[in-house]
Design a protein around this ligand. Structure first.
Ligand SMILES: *Cc1c(COP(=O)(O)O)cnc(C)c1O
Length: 404
C-alpha cells in the first residue's frame, strides 16, 4: 500500500502555497513534480562529477560517463529493451518523434501511407505532416468514437501494403484513453509496416515492456515521470536504428571525419550528436528508480481510486460534461461546464490554489471532433489525494456560481 504522507513528503513543491492557498497540483499530464532525490541527483552531478562524457581519459570524465551509461542501463531494464544501445537519450518525446520522421524521409516514396490516430498530440501529427510534404507520402487518420476510443474496425480497413508506418499514442494526453496498442502493433506487422508508440502519457502510470509489445519505436519524455525537463528516451529496435540515417551531425556521433568522407559511430552514439543533457540523463535514471520504489502497482491503485472518486464528485456538478469516457482510461478527467468557457473556470480556480490545464491540450483535432474550444483537464498523479479532489470540486462550484 502507498503511504501517501510519506510519498508527498518526497516532493518539496507540494507543501507550497499558491496565491495564499495550499497548492493542489492537477496538471500532471503537462509535467509531473520532482521528488527530492531527482533534484539532488542533478546538483550532485554538478557538485561532484561535472565533466563531459565519452571524451576525456581523466577521472571526472570517466565518472560522468559511468553515471550516464548506468542510467541508460536502468532505463533499458525498466522498459525491457534487448540492448542498451537501443535506448537513445533525447530531449523529450518531440525530439524522439522528429528523429524517426527525419529517418523515414530516406525510406518513403510518393504514395506510401502513414497511419496516425485521431487521438494524437500535435507532436505526433506535425512531424508526420512535414514528412509527407518532403516525400509525397500520404497521411491517413484512424478515427475515434464519441467515447474517445479508436475504432479498430476502421484501423483494420486502413491497413494495406501501402502502409509503411503507423503512429499512435499509448495513452491520450487529452482524454486519458488507453489504446489497444498490442493489437495495433501486431496488425501493423501483418502488413509489413513499422509502428511507433508515443508513450509520453503511459510511462508515468505503467512499465512498458517493449520486447513483449514488439513495437519498433517507443518514445517518452522524462519530465512526465518525475524526471527533469529536457530529457527523454527513444527506444528503437536495433535493426531499425541501423537502417535509419543519423539525425544531427556533430561531435560524438562519428567514427572518422575527413573532408572527403565521414563515417558514423555505432549505436547509440550515431544518434547522440553533441554534448547531451548529462545531469538530466543521470537524474532520469534516478526518477525511474524512484517510481519503481513507489511501485507501479501502488501507483495504479492510487490513481484508479482518484479517477473513480474524481469522476463521481465532478458529475455532481450541474451542467458538467466529461469528454473521454473510454472503458480503458487513466487518471485524466477532461470536462466542460455548460455555458462557461474553460479558460474562465481555470482562471478562477487558480486563485484558489488549484492548478489544472485549460485549452486544447496540444490536441486540436480532438477538440474539433467534439466541437468545443477546449476543456478543463484535471490529471492526477499518485501523490494526489481525495481531499485535493474535494477542494477542486468546491472551487469549480464556486467558479460556476460566480460566472453564471
Ligand atoms: C507531452 C506529450 C508529448 C510531447 O512531449 P514533450 O515533452 O513536450 O516533447 C507528446 N505526446 C504526448 C501524448 C504527450 O503527452
Amino acid at each position: 500500500m502507498l503511504d501517501i504522507h510519506k510519498v508527498r513528503a518526497d516532493f518539496p513543491i507540494l507543501s507550497q502555497k499558491v496565491n495564499g492557498k495550499p497548492l493542489v497540483y492537477f496538471d500532471n499530464g503537462a509535467t509531473t513534480q520532482k521528488p527530492q532525490v531527482v533534484i539532488d541527483a542533478i546538483s550532485k552531478y554538478y557538485q561532484e562529477i561535472n565533466a563531459n562524457i565519452h571524451r576525456g581519459v581523466h577521472t571526472l570524465s570517466q565518472l560522468a560517463t559511468d553515471a550516464y551509461e548506468t542510467s541508460r542501463g536502468k532505463i533499458q531494464n525498466h522498459i525491457n529493451a534487448k540492448f542498451a544501445h537501443e535506448v537513445l537519450f533525447t530531449s523529450g518525446t518531440t525530439h524522439g518523434i522528429n528523429l524517426v520522421t527525419n529517418g523515414f524521409a530516406s525510406i518513403l516514396k510518393p504514395g506510401d501511407e502513414i497511419l496516425v490516430s485521431a487521438l494524437e498530440h500535435h507532436s505526433n501529427i506535425v512531424p508526420w505532416q512535414m514528412l509527407c510534404e518532403k516525400t509525397g507520402a500520404v497521411l491517413r487518420v484512424i478515427p475515434m468514437n464519441q467515447e474517445g476510443e479508436l475504432i479498430m474496425a476502421d484501423y483494420d480497413k486502413l491497413l494495406s501494403d501501402k502502409t509503411k508506418i503507423v503512429t499512435v499514442n499509448h495513452i491520450s494526453n487529452a482524454l486519458g484513453t488507453v489504446n489497444p496498442i498490442k493489437y495495433m502493433i501486431d496488425k501493423a506487422h501483418e502488413v509489413g509496416a513499422a509502428i511507433l508508440i508515443d508513450g509520453a502519457q503511459a510511462v508515468p502510470h505503467m512499465k512498458p515492456n517493449v520486447q513483449e509489445l514488439d513495437c519498433d519505436f517507443y518514445v517518452f519524455s522524462g519530465h512526465k515521470l518525475c524526471g527533469p525537463t529536457g530529457t527523454g528516451i527513444l527506444y528503437g529496435k536495433e535493426a531499425w536504428l541501423n537502417k535509419l540515417p543519423p539525425y544531427q551531425g556533430g561531435g560524438e556521433m562519428i567514427k572518422e571525419v575527413s573532408f572527403e568522407k565521414t563515417t558514423y559511430a555505432e549505436l547509440p552514439h550515431k544518434f547522440e550528436a553533441g554534448t547531451p543533457n548529462i545531469a538530466g540523463g543521470i537524474a532520469l535514471g534516478t526518477a525511474v528508480d524512484y517510481m519503481n520504489e513507489v511501485g507501479f502497482d501502488n501507483i495504479q491503485q492510487q490513481e484508479k481510486e482518484l479517477l473513480d472518486y474524481g469522476t463521481k464528485r465532478l458529475l455532481e456538478i450541474e451542467g458538467l460534461k466529461i469528454f473521454g469516457t473510454a472503458k480503458e482510461k487513466t487518471s485524466v478527467i477532461s470536462f466542460n461546464i455548460e455555458g462557461i468557457h474553460p479558460y474562465d473556470i481555470g482562471t478562477i480556480i487558480d486563485k484558489l490554489g488549484i492548478a489544472v490545464r485549460t485549452g486544447h491540450h496540444c490536441a486540436q483535432p480532438i477538440m474539433t471532433f467534439f466541437n468545443i474550444p477546449g476543456t478543463i483537464r484535471a490529471s492526477f498523479a499518485f501523490y494526489n489525494t481525495k481531499e485535493e479532489i474535494d477542494l477542486m470540486v468546491a472551487a469549480v462550484k464556486k467558479a460556476q456560481l460566480m460566472l453564471s
